[in-house]
Unconditional design. Structure first.
Lengths: 462, 428, 151
């Protein structure tokens, strides 16, 4: 017995020794070391002589990481993806391949996961690529990575990502705001979408949801908008980009990319054509702006936009309160602006609006911006299904003047309205008119009423 | 060489272990080994009697202490970085996962072993006079162990931690009058947040371990003073008041005065080894029943230690401690469950908050503490205390059953879902 | 039972246990060795040349460097870490020298020790112009005090 116990003690101590060695072995052979060795092998093949080959192979192995407090993350992807910034690795096998077209988005400043998704802190492939339980942002499928551009570039055109621009545009024009809140603005019938990009839904789910809301989420109050596949993809891009995460000053300064398209928009908005001409088209009170970027440096033009009198004492150009990216955008537009651009801008300018027309126009904008169109239709035609409401659908607004006075309509917009039930014993219809008084000013509501009245049609007589 | 020998002799002051004197000295000249007397009763060291559960619990605590201190080097108790530190332990720190696994699994095992140890002490009646208060200390240690495990549960700051602690602390808040205050005091706020994290951290790494160490010392000391490890008394023959024999007396010395052994006196070997001409006097039956602590007791304890350590290491090598996504107060997992040892409570709470969350657990703790004082039956023989055994068994089984129900049979919305049924999440 | 072999199993057990503990201690050493560093990199960009004034040096707190911009002589970067015991030195424009607040070391404007206990002159770091037009400092590359970057 005693001998047995001593033997057991010996055996268990030996087992402990073996276990601790096993644990050490397990810990000292992580997969990233294999990748780094392979990469060094690959690099050493380029070296001319044995000595430099040996020197490359002797490089110590270490975890590489980009510490990104501004993006609130630490990315270790370059521990294995070693050739990301090395153009000679253009044809190297993954994970060593060069990442072309990074532009300013260098890993040391941006990391990888802000665009690609995945788990930046992880150091083995499965965990890093994020297709593991308890990690909710796996790598985005390749054709959706560009949606991430919208996480920092929250406004304007994002060059190379037309889907994002299209998605934002659809969101505004289709009246999504009517039901969904985004950054605090919008209705409360559907879920808040401010964090939708951080909600870790797969792009495939979102696309299917946009094509047929009721199939993916049974019982959803969301009407089927009959989006095309492309539109659903564009909206998915937009959804994936939505996050309220604070991106840090460096990153958020690029909310708006100074693209020529945006510059053109500003050029129209600020009515530059009132004083300036491009290639002779436009007004003559200021200098002609054709090829102005060839005559002056970008710095000079920037200074001019900030403080015209400083550069040209006595200049009659007003000071515009433009932020630096907006100035850059205008300069970018001017670099490529042609006579044809000016002609088009002039043609669209049209005539000044009367106060009445202006009110209707403002109402039209509000109608679109606050999402009324989501249920009532862009043409006020209504018709979105709404089970158990009278008529089983959202009413058309083309004939409200027959049933209501303008003041009654204003009251309905202000205080909301639950539609009368078709079957009094049935459940409440999913869609209802919310109260807008906390969101819209009285002026806004009046404008919307003006807009509605401008669109009224006479009911066909009996 | 002489110097080396001198140094060695200054460290190891005992006689060679081949002599009985050396074996004795090994024990009581050593601050740690002195936990035993030089000789112990054979019955004391029987595995089949105590299962070494107390030792195993203590060894688990030692594992927790060492791995815990190691983990502290890489842990900052602040929400966002706490989770990042867990990921660092998982992915960047050498042997980080192994140490964290050891800490996690040893913690779970310790809760289990404390409970089993308590059951053993009850079933053998070892809490009876004079050990009543040591039982009370044992119950306090059980509560402290639960507290340690509970406070440690929050530290990874993942969803599992966040919601287990949210649910767990809410169970306590059902206590009338003080419940809400107590929760506020524990969390440093009304929800689990950064204040709660630092409070749990301080409790987990400083206050509770210190209390456990202090009480463990008292617990051990009292066991030693109350006649050593508990043993099945009823197996001993009744004492006889016969003349004693003297053992090991030098032949040339005149026979010593022989006195009848008093049943109230414990006879030790101290006199022998301190060179005083008094020799241990024991009854022949007792002499047959004792063995030297070295090696008989120590080798068993060493085996228990190594078995505990290797088991924890093996489990840690193959099973990773859970780490879910980062704590998110906006998303409650369904169901949100407390740590497993509180799931019995949660099950009770699901039926009645006040009764299940406060009254029953409070009564249970009070009853546990009062057991040695309520049980006036002096006998430790199982056949004399059937009633007590049945009542205790009932509570043990009820507790285990509730925990099993809460752990395996409760699904989303705390609905009855057997483990073999797969629940598909309700679409949003 | 053979007493000798009876004991030797125990001794072997103790030996195995000791080696397990020894290996564990080594493992703890490796556990405590940092495998990643959460600190500013040794090579970093500090901005465009136009961001720095002429004359008195610009002190960058996080990087602990002085950036000198001389009208004719160009850019130079001095370490602000005293070579004695690592305190951060201060530059005095009036006397054109560096003072260490800890033990009174004084360095001249080009970093040489004017007054002890500093054992060595201040370090000067390499500064280069990156392709994107920003100045880049490499703390790993120590240069002579005469090193200048002309922009």
């Amino acid at each position: 017995m005693e001998r047995r116990l001593q033997q057991a003690f010996f055996a268990l101590s030996l087992l402990a020794l073996v276990l601790i060695l096993a644990a050490e072995w397990q810990a000292s052979s992580p997969s990233w070391k294999n990748y780094q060795r392979k990469y060094l092998q690959l690099e050493s093949e380029e070296e001319p002589n044995a000595a430099s080959k040996a020197a490359v192979l002797a490089t110590p192995l270490a975890i590489n990481q980009a510490i990104l407090p501004g993006l609130q993350r630490v990315d270790r992807c370059t521990t294995c993806h070693l050739g990301v910034e090395d153009p000679t690795m253009k044809n190297a096998p993954e994970p060593f391949r060069y990442h072309a077209g990074l532009g300013p988005h260098v890993p040391s400043k941006f990391g990888c996961t802000i665009c690609h998704g995945g788990q930046g802190l992880a150091t083995d492939m499965k965990d890093a690529h994020g297709n593991v339980v308890f990690w909710q942002t796996p790598l985005l499928p390749a054709n959706y990575i560009r949606a991430s551009c919208g996480r920092c570039h929250k406004e304007g055109n994002v060059p190379g990502v037309p889907e994002l621009t299209e998605g934002r545009h659809l969101f505004e024009t289709e009246g999504c705001h009517g039901c969904h809140k985004l950054n605090g603005v919008g209705g409360s019938i559907g879920p808040d979408l401010t964090e939708e990009g951080a909600n870790h839904r797969s792009p495939q789910w979102l696309v299917r949801h946009f094509l047929a809301p009721n199939v993916v989420s049974p019982g959803s109050a969301m009407p089927n908008f009959h989006f095309t596949g492309e539109q659903a993809r564009a909206l998915t891009y937009f959804m994936l980009s939505l996050t309220s995460q604070d991106m840090g000053s460096y990153y958020s300064s690029m909310q708006l990319i100074p693209s020529p398209e945006f510059g053109r928009q500003l050029f129209v908005e600020k009515d530059c054509i009132v004083c300036h001409a491009i290639g002779g088209v436009g007004a003559k009170s200021g200098p002609d702006l054709l090829a102005v970027t060839k005559r002056h440096s970008a710095e000079w033009l920037d200074e001019q936009l900030v403080n015209p009198q400083l550069v040209y004492p006595g200049s009659s150009m007003p000071e515009y309160d433009l932020e630096s990216n907006a100035r850059k955008a205008i300069i970018a537009f001017l670099a490529s602006a042609t006579r044809e651009d000016a002609q088009e801008i002039m043609a669209r300018k049209g005539h000044p609006l009367t106060p009445e027309d202006a009110a209707i126009e403002a109402g039209k904008q509000d109608f679109a911006r606050f999402g009324c169109a989501g249920c009532h239709g862009t043409e006020l035609q209504g018709g979105v299904p709404n089970p158990n409401a009278q008529g089983e659908q959202v009413p058309s607004l083309l004939h409200v003047s027959d049933d209501y006075t303008k003041d009654e309509v204003i009251a309905i917009i202000r205080d909301g309205k639950v539609p009368p039930l078709d079957n009094p014993k049935g459940s409440a219809p999913p869609l209802y008119m919310p109260s807008w008084k906390t969101v819209l000013s009285n002026e806004d509501i009046n404008h919307i009423a003006d807009f509605l009245w401008s669109k009224q049609q006479k009911k066909e007589s009996w | 060489m002489n110097l080396i020998r001198e140094i060695w002799r200054s460290i190891v002051r005992r006689d060679p272990l081949s002599t009985d004197k050396g074996k004795s000295e090994l024990v009581f000249l050593n601050v740690w080994l002195h936990i035993h007397p030089a000789k112990v009763k054979k019955e004391n060291i029987k595995f089949r009697y105590s299962f070494y559960l107390g030792f195993i619990t203590f060894f688990l605590f030692l594992i927790l202490l060492t791995t815990g201190i190691a983990l502290m080097f890489y842990y900052r108790p602040y929400p966002s970085v706490a989770y990042q530190d867990m990921k660092d332990l998982q992915f960047a720190v050498f042997m980080g996962p192994f140490l964290r696994n050891m800490h996690r699994w040893a913690a779970q095992a310790m809760v289990l072993c404390v409970f089993l140890h308590m059951c053993r002490v009850f079933y053998t009646g070892s809490y009876k006079k004079p050990r009543q208060f040591n039982w009370v200390i044992g119950v306090m240690l059980l509560l402290l162990t639960l507290g340690l495990s509970f406070t440690g549960y929050l530290l990874p700051w993942d969803q599992l931690a966040y919601w287990a602690i949210t649910v767990g602390t809410n169970i306590g808040s059902y206590a009338p009058l003080v419940g809400g205050r107590l929760r506020e005091l524990l969390l440093g706020g009304h929800t689990v947040g950064e204040a709660a994290l630092i409070r749990f951290y301080v409790l987990h790494v400083a206050i509770l371990p210190s209390l456990v160490i202090l009480l463990t010392i008292v617990h051990f000391w009292r066991v030693r003073k109350d006649g050593g490890l508990s043993r099945p008394l009823w197996k001993l023959k009744p004492r006889k008041t016969e003349a004693l024999v003297t053992i090991g007396a030098p032949a040339e010395v005149a026979p010593l005065h022989v006195a009848a052994a008093s049943p109230d006196k414990t006879y030790g070997l101290m006199e022998v080894v301190t060179g005083k001409p008094i020799f241990e006097t024991v009854t022949p039956e007792e002499e047959e029943d004792t063995v030297f602590s070295y090696p008989y007791a120590f080798v068993r304890e060493a085996v228990a230690l190594m078995a505990t350590v290797t088991t924890v290491m093996t489990v840690s090598l193959f099973f990773n401690a859970p780490l879910e996504e980062m704590a998110n107060p906006a998303i409650t997992p369904n169901p949100a469950k407390a740590p497993w040892y509180f799931l019995g409570l949660q099950e009770l709470v699901s039926h009645s908050a006040l009764l299940g969350g406060v009254v029953i657990p409070a009564l249970m703790v009070i009853a546990l503490l009062a057991i040695p004082y309520m049980d006036r039956n002096p006998s430790r023989r199982p056949r004399d205390r059937k009633w007590a055994l049945w009542v205790f068994t009932f509570f043990v089984v009820a507790n285990v059953a509730l925990i099993i129900i809460g752990t395996f049979f409760r699904g989303p919305g705390w609905a009855w879902v057997p483990p073999w049924v797969h629940v598909v999440a309700r679409p949003e | 039972m053979n007493r000798r072999s009876f004991m030797s199993w125990g001794t072997a057990g103790v030996a195995a246990l000791c080696s397990a503990v020894g290996v564990s201690l080594g493992a703890v050493g490796r556990f405590l060795t940092p495998s990643v560093f959460y600190e500013p990199p040794q090579t970093f960009k500090i901005g465009k040349p136009a961001d720095f004034p002429f004359g008195s040096p610009t002190f960058l707190v996080d990087e602990k460097i002085f950036v000198f911009r001389h009208r004719e002589k160009g850019f130079a970067v001095a370490s602000a870490v005293c070579t004695h015991l690592g305190c951060t030195v201060k530059y005095f424009q009036s006397d054109q020298d560096f003072h260490c607040p800890c033990h009174g070391s004084i360095y001249s404007a080009n970093g040489t020790v004017l007054h002890g206990p500093a054992p060595r002159p201040l370090n000067w770091f390499e500064i280069t112009l990156a392709p994107d037009g920003q100045l880049r400092v490499d703390k790993n590359k120590i240069v002579p005090p005469t090193y200048r970057l002309m922009v």
